[in-house]
Design a protein around this ligand. Structure first.
Ligand code: SER
Length: 320
């Protein structure tokens, strides 16, 4: 990776990844792009290096940016998440599939490497729930999950058929303090920290006992960079590595936060759409192939993440 284009650069992952990549590869070698430039907290991304308006559905606009900056790697993060997708499946299909197709076509023409995230959503109710294997049944029941399985296969196809260096990870719920996630099912695990600090009360839209895989953002950023920097001959599962850092249900994260904020309370008001999605996903993934093939080794567990999240959020929200 020498000249990197990041799509969806103002989103939850992009807004942190761009700054980290600029620190490693040089400010001017990381081109941030987004459909608009008016998201909260996007100033440092826009001001710290090249920024371009790119709608991933406009392949000409994207191709022009790739050639203008001689991009050799596209990190494609622009996508619609699970809960929003269930509200508008047509839009999700358009953005997630046609956006990825445009990225892959440009990568094929200009010989770029491509990173695309997949997700725990690429699994469904018939998948083994505990220690979900790397290779297993994938019959998701959400449009988001369908787009993720199709995306994994499309990336495999572009690698096998055209030699495009495609790589990807099945991310669990990502927890971070900079930009909020945009309409996923795992978002509760971010909002719980904000509400614990702001109002000491959290209304949880996911049922007690519903376990999902999760990860703190610093580990997710390391994972993207490590995977992209791995010698290609080591990669057997190039487009869809299971990775996880922890698995918990709402009570477990609540109790962990309560250790630091004893007066914190949780009440449940379950969102049926999100609950159904959450129940269709694994309880915990088996990520040994990622560990073996490119050295995946997360640093944060629930307790370490909670200490860091509370400290960073207090600072951000200006809470004493
Ligand atoms: N965090 C995502 C979601 O909840 C899963 O990939 O939609």
């Amino acid at each position: 990776m020498k000249r990197i284009l990041v799509t969806g650069a103002l989103g939850q992952i992009g807004s942190e990844l761009v700054l980290k990549l600029r620190g490693i590869y040089g400010q001017n070698n990381v081109i941030a792009s987004s459909k608009g430039n008016d998201k909260d907290g996007s100033k440092d991304v826009i001001d710290s290096g090249p920024f371009e308006i790119v709608d991933v559905l406009d392949s000409k606009q994207m191709a022009d940016v790739v050639s203008k900056y001689s991009v050799d790697t596209i990190i494609h993060l622009a996508a619609i998440l699970s809960a929003i997708g269930e509200g508008n499946p047509h839009l999700l299909w358009d953005v997630n599939m046609n956006g990825l197709y445009n990225v892959l076509e440009i990568a094929r023409e200009r010989k770029c490497a491509v990173f695309t995230p997949s997700s725990i959503a690429a699994f469904g109710p018939s998948t083994p729930k505990d220690l979900t294997p790397q290779e297993t049944i994938q019959r998701p029941t959400t449009i988001y999950g369908v787009s993720k399985v199709a995306g994994e296969l499309l990336c495999d196809y572009y690698y096998q058929r055209f030699g495009v260096d495609t790589r990807g990870l099945r991310f669990p719920g990502l927890i971070s303090y900079k930009a909020l996630p945009g309409g996923g099912t795992t978002d509760y695990a971010v909002h719980i920290y904000y509400d614990a600090l702001k109002s000491k009360k959290f209304i949880c839209n996911i049922k007690k006992g519903t376990k999902m895989d999760m990860m703190y953002m610093p580990d997710a950023l390391e994972a993207i960079i490590n995977l992209m920097e791995t010698e290609p001959s080591r990669l057997i599962h190039r487009n869809a590595f299971n990775i996880t850092a922890m698995s918990f249900d709402p009570e477990e994260i609540y109790k962990e936060i309560k250790k630091h904020i004893p007066e914190f309370k949780i009440v449940y008001d379950v969102d049926l759409v999100k609950q159904k999605i959450a129940e269709s996903w694994p309880n915990s993934l088996d990520d040994k192939d990622a560990r073996r093939e490119w050295g995946w080794n997360p640093k944060y567990d629930l307790s370490a993440m909670t200490i860091d999240m509370l400290e960073k959020l207090k600072e951000k929200l200006n809470i004493k």
